[in-house]
Design a protein around this ligand. Structure first.
Ligand code: GLN
Length: 272
């Protein structure tokens, strides 16, 4: 098959080199080998236009958004994500930028791209000093492994690296204009979502793909495991073409999420 899929990584600030490294590692996976992959750094609207799918890396979301605005990339990014609905994955700061609403940020100080009908809480676990690593159980990777027929088997946990990480603190109703309610909140910025209405696609629901069981509570309170599981922080969400992860897979040497996502991209392109 001579198909070449172009994957862009927004390269304005943050861990874009690390994503490119893991993408190259992932492309060696035997299930991905049949497509040709072209991984590129993206800094201009013209470069973005050539992409079939996109990654927005971790870093500092205010800086990425500021540089994107100066590079005239914000509207093209919104078009890519919300009108063309091409596969897009944001990690950490990237998740913040892909949220329709984000709090703990100076009003007007940061433009969101949007695409995920969620509100994120920036720096949820605290400042840099409170950054941490923890083994994660990621059920979507388990599904991927179920071809081994051993559905009970737990894959190796994924090393979750959380650096001033956001979590999804609210799933917003998937109704156009609903962010107006969010806009009334003092400490919240919202993404303009007008483009959504012009799409020929039906808006999909937000799926919670992974949670971090009760971390905040477990530090201070003695709650049993089942209770904690219910109170987990939402750290991976998907809505149609958009995926967001709170942590930094790009800072590990583990390409499993990149492999999984590239497969999703491949299926999405083939079925479009
Ligand atoms: N807290 C950062 C922000 O607001 C995100 C941190 C990260 O990407 N590691 O952009």
């Amino acid at each position: 098959m001579s198909e070449v899929i172009v994957i862009g990584v927004v390269a304005l600030q943050g861990a874009f080199h690390e994503h490119l490294k893991l993408l190259n590692l992932a492309a060696a996976d035997e299930d991905l080998g049949e497509a040709g992959w072209d991984f590129r750094q993206i800094r201009t609207p013209e470069e973005l236009e050539a992409c079939d799918a996109l990654i927005i890396p971790g870093g500092e979301s205010t800086t990425i958004s500021l540089v994107a605005a100066r590079s005239n990339l914000i509207e093209p990014l919104r078009h890519f994500v919300k009108v063309e609905r091409k596969p897009t994955w944001g990690t950490c700061a990237g998740l913040i930028l892909l949220a329709e609403a984000a709090n703990r940020t100076k009003k007007g100080g940061q433009e969101l791209i949007g695409g995920l009908d969620v509100r994120v809480n920036r720096n949820h676990f605290g400042r840099q000093a409170e950054s941490f690593e923890t083994p994660l159980d990621l059920p979507f990777l388990k599904d991927e492994n179920s071809s081994t027929k051993d559905s009970e088997s737990t894959p190796n946990p994924f090393n979750g690296i959380f650096i001033r990480a956001p979590v999804v603190e609210k799933l917003l109703p998937v109704v156009q204009g609903e962010q107006c309610v969010e806009a009334l909140r003092d400490d919240t910025v919202i993404a303009p979502s007008k483009q959504k209405g012009s799409s020929r696609h039906v808006v999909q629901p937000v799926e919670v793909l992974a949670t971090l069981p009760g971390r905040t509570k477990s530090i201070s309170e003695n709650i049993d495991a089942a209770e904690l599981a219910h109170q987990g922080d939402i750290i991976v969400v998907r809505q149609g073409n958009v995926l967001g992860t709170s942590f930094h897979p790009e800072l590990t040497g583990d390409a499993r999420i990149h492999v999984w996502w590239l497969k999703q991209v491949m299926y999405a392109i083939r079925s479009s």
